[in-house]
Design a binder for this molecule. Sequence first.
Ligand SMILES: C[C@H](NC(=O)O)C(=O)O
Ligand SMILES: [Zn+2]
Length: 541
Amino acid sequence: MWVETVKYPWSTYKDPDIKRQFKLMSVLGTDALPEDKLKKLDEIVSAMESLYGRATIPEYGDNNLNRTLSLEPDINDILDKSTDVNELKHVWVQWREATGKKIRPMYAEYVKLSNEAARLNNYTDNAEFWIRGYDVDDFRPRMEHLWNQIKPLYLQIHAYVRRKLWELYGSSVITRRGPIPAHLLGDMWAQSWERLDDFTRPYPTIDDVNPTSAMINQNYTPKKMFKVAEEFFTSLNLSAMPQTFWEKSILEKPNGRDLVCHASAWDFYDSNDFRIKQCTSVNFMDFITAHHEMGHIQYFLQYKDLPFIYRDGANEGFHEAIGDTIALSVSTPKHLHKIGLLPKTSRTYEADINYLYKIGLDKVVFLPFGYLMDLWRWNVFKGLTTEDQYNCDWWKLKYSYQGIEPPVTRTENDFDPGSKYHIVGNVPYIRYFVSYIVQFQFHQALCEKADQFDPKNPTSKPLHECDIYQSKNAGNAFKDMLKLGSSKPWFDAMELLTGQREMDARPLLNYFNPLYEWLKNENKRTGEHLGWETNKKICFK
Ligand SMILES: C[C@H](NC(=O)O)C(=O)O
Ligand SMILES: [Zn+2]
């Protein structure tokens, strides 16, 4: 049992700020473990992560094994461009052979040691330890409630995309009432379906909001992508990247050395050294990711002079939402045209629906995945999902929340959760679900400050057309929240910017409402079945 340091009986202190600093400082985390167990846990996590970072798969149809493929950029390019269902099945299965299957033997001990550390921090299990920063005792039911508010919109997108894939691949591959085969959705984990935009969007003949070709034609480099992202932040009167950022960041995949390519942002806590690591390809998705990662750096910069214990997001979801909030402005056809990445776009109803559809394939589609990643891990830490059912419980959740199925039957020899970076990297994930909800609250508040949204007359200036670029008003309001770091409870930070003190799905639902109406009519017109059913056995114990 960890002995409370009697030197500082901080829980008796009166000053709320000193008390808060001690409370945050008193959390030991895994350091509460005895030395040998902490060493073992660190070894397991770094072994899982480096196995993932080194993973490659044999090329499809290649039997002399001379070419192997990495996830970034090789496999992602195949998921982006291929419509060969056997090639897609190959990369889907082989990635899992190369990652999850090999990681499975290590996972149970990782769970045991993580729970032991949580108990030494006075939490019942690691699930409770992970969600402590949300400061409410009904956090998990609140997440289920938010998901239930969004589910009707997700069902409409799911039914529409399933029909479009059925038109492309035919009934031998996909039905119009069943779950969608996971390998057809343009993403290794089916977590966002934006790569399907090209051939599934509602009005195919209307302009395509995909500036990748313009970026290539204008000789964009990874560095230029980050410079353009930086200019958006400085246009808001937010901070530029310090010189060390440009000197020490890794913005391209280095040749000849292994690297965990999953993009990340780093604060070295010396108020000067901040870096991004990203294996950047010159395409629109990576341009948006660059904004996501730079959002982390901007938060680091805004709170860099606070006591170090306060140099953190108000809650972990805030940190994931900063860059994405900016990207909701960057992605608009109006903004992309302004920075020369799109020709003049038609401001028609059809163009609007196409745009909302493309954003929906990322933001709405992500939500069931963003939720189930920790639903599964919470169940594992709580012992509700035991080692003998790791994989089939994972597929129960993927089927139930995402309405997808694996391209081949799975068993307990597989470990599909281990095919996803955040599972092997010990990175909690509900932070992204929270981010995808609160970023629309932030976006709506900033658009109001930029006089591009009127809550009293929400359709007069549609939220999805708002671009806060160059609005000092919006930027200063954002800065005031960012500067708080974790020095105040997140409810206060949220209220400072939005006037609300809790997470609310309505700004997201308002944003997508025109798309929701269109999808309801379209799915009714084509007689789509909402939801999914199957009598196929997805996973064998
Ligand atoms: C959504 C999450 N983003 C991130 O890690 O930055 C992911 O990529 O899975
Ligand atoms: Zn992030």
